[in-house]
Design a protein around this ligand. Sequence first.
Ligand SMILES: Nc1ncnc2c1ncn2[C@@H]1O[C@H](COP(=O)(O)OP(=O)(O)OP(=O)(O)O)[C@@H](O)[C@H]1O
Ligand SMILES: [Mg+2]
Length: 249
Amino acid sequence: MITSVINQKGGTGKTTTAVNLASALVQKKKKVLVIDLDPQGNLSYSLGINDFDHSISEALLQKKKISELIVEREGIDIVPTDQRLSKLEFGSKSKISEFMLRDALKKVRGYDFILIDCPPSLSSLTLNALSASHTVVIPIQLDVFSIQGLEQIMETIKEVKSSLNRKLKIAGILPVLVDGRKRLTTEIKDYVKQNFDVGLFKSEIRTNVKAAEAPSFGESVIKYAPASNSAKDYMKFCGEYLRVMKKIS
Ligand SMILES: Nc1ncnc2c1ncn2[C@@H]1O[C@H](COP(=O)(O)OP(=O)(O)OP(=O)(O)O)[C@@H](O)[C@H]1O
Ligand SMILES: [Mg+2]
């Protein structure tokens, strides 16, 4: 099962979700591969990787095998990234195939889950991720601007489903950076339920300082602060993700 974590808006917890869902899946004895598809490299950095010899750009630009590009951290297999990948993000769309990542992943075997951390754009990199995926998880902050952005993501997913990847499904929308005291939060959740034809995960990820600290230590929050609200929220979300995946597949 291949899942992209997407949202074209910046700073909506995509990378934090990819890292900690991967870590939680490993805790549950799943074999997990994570692809850092963002040239910013936040996911690689978050797990203490600054090894530019191993990068997904080598697979996409030089046709190296994914299996030769893996770095292991916390029991998670990771394909890091580097700046060269941005060539694909902003290059001429007509010259870039949307199927490069799908084709590179075709030869990969032995994983229960492959997670793709997407850049904050709906560029050809994100289209590559969507073409290669079975499902998407959309982390959103429950504010008005995020809701505006959601319409754009839904439109892109609809287009991808009708052209590049018929089998693509939305696993769900994951509320992140949630401040339970805000009345707006509940109102926006209701709005999403009423206006979008997709599930909102029941689990949500609360704002918690440990989640923000963990990347500086090169660790998932599940390793860095296992008793924190963030670690608990991501473990709970992982359980729900597994149930949804079972239902979908
Ligand atoms: N639950 C949380 N509590 C507190 N801080 C968080 C939480 N989740 C994420 N953050 C922090 O918010 C910032 C943005 O998160 P993250 O990098 O995961 O978002 P992103 O969507 O991947 O961003 P980008 O669009 O730049 O790739 C980071 O500094 C991260 O540490
Ligand atoms: Mg990110």
